[in-house]
Design a protein around this ligand. Sequence first.
Ligand SMILES: Cc1ncc(C[n+]2csc(CCOP(=O)(O)OP(=O)(O)O)c2C)c(N)n1
Length: 395
Amino acid sequence: MAPTRKAANARAAKAAAQAAPEEVEAPFQKGLIPAPVPVRFLDEHGQRVDPVTEDYEPPSDEEVLECYRRMVLGRRFDVQASALTRQGRLAVYPSSRGQEACQVGSVMKIRQDDWFFPTYRDSVALVSRGIDPVQVLTLLRGDAHCGYDAAATFTAAQCTPLATQLLHAAGVAYGEKRQGRDRVALAFIGDGATSEGDFHEALNFAAVFKAPVVFVVQNNGWAISVPLEKQTAAPSLAYKGIGYGVVCEQVDGNDALAVLAVVGKAVDWARAGKGPVLVELHTYRMEAHTNADDQTRYRTSDQVDAWLKKDPLARLETYLRSVGKLDDELAASYAQQAEDEAAQLRDRMNEDPQVGPASMFEHVYDSPTAQLQEQQQMVLDEIEAEHEALTGEDA
Ligand SMILES: Cc1ncc(C[n+]2csc(CCOP(=O)(O)OP(=O)(O)O)c2C)c(N)n1
């Protein structure tokens, strides 16, 4: 006889109760559902506000000060990289001005031997993680697929195909777990990219296999010219975790305190073997999508101006001054450090790189395919023919 609906419901409730972790810690013990409004500690003017939820402890002022310092360096780096594009030294640069709290706050919460999976927009996060800025910009200059050693730095190449890095993050995180290590993977993704199939597959896989991965969505409101409301009908991108059984949270991404607090908890949760977390950071891209994009075709300067007033850096500065952690002298020393680093970057990027054209075929596969070898040979033959035509000599 077919089971009655009542009996089936009772069995499902019992199974759910058994599946619930015996020992769960704040903040995710209340289930999968995120806070109804983004978690924040600071309002737009840098004043402390009543917490949206008691689930998170604010970070220490020392940690916040260090985050501020790195954000100052990050913003100056971003300005310098944009200038290098105008000087023809970079092929393209996707600015992350306005997203510094998301980028710096998140990477500060992982260890150097945890894995990081960035996108093309996350150069500031990479520099903040300690990777040489020239190596970070190597991809954007067009010299190589990646300028740093991914294995040695525990940092994947900056990913341009949307969302594919999330599958890599889930797989690597699961691999670490299978090897009995406690490393986690932190993976960044944009709002538009959450519409990609890979996002959903990665969440599903990570949840089923309890892979220790933290997915951080930087919701900056725009996927090039497509606004969020034309991209999704979900009330918040964080809610997309619920259907997969992934605990999720939404955060004011321009409040560094909130980013540090929530991503920190998420990393702890994943490292403790409790499974993946999805964190949505509400933020805004202050510049155009890249230097090749004309943002005036799709958004008003009023909107940009309104967000400029929510600047994460200005907000943090006001807060740190109000608690006596920052004064003019210290602020000036950080600004000087940022100038020095920008000058060094400019000088180093003005040196012409020595790039072997055939090198773009290396490091694609462990064992190159016959097709790839053929393409590499074609490039080498063309270079030789050109050399002969120009000089009359064999290359
Ligand atoms: C699979 C794939 N489809 C399309 C593109 C072209 N593309 C590059 S960036 C972008 C928008 C991404 O927006 P979002 O995920 O919100 O990230 P953001 O650029 O705002 O950081 C698109 C459609 C791509 N890179 N990869």
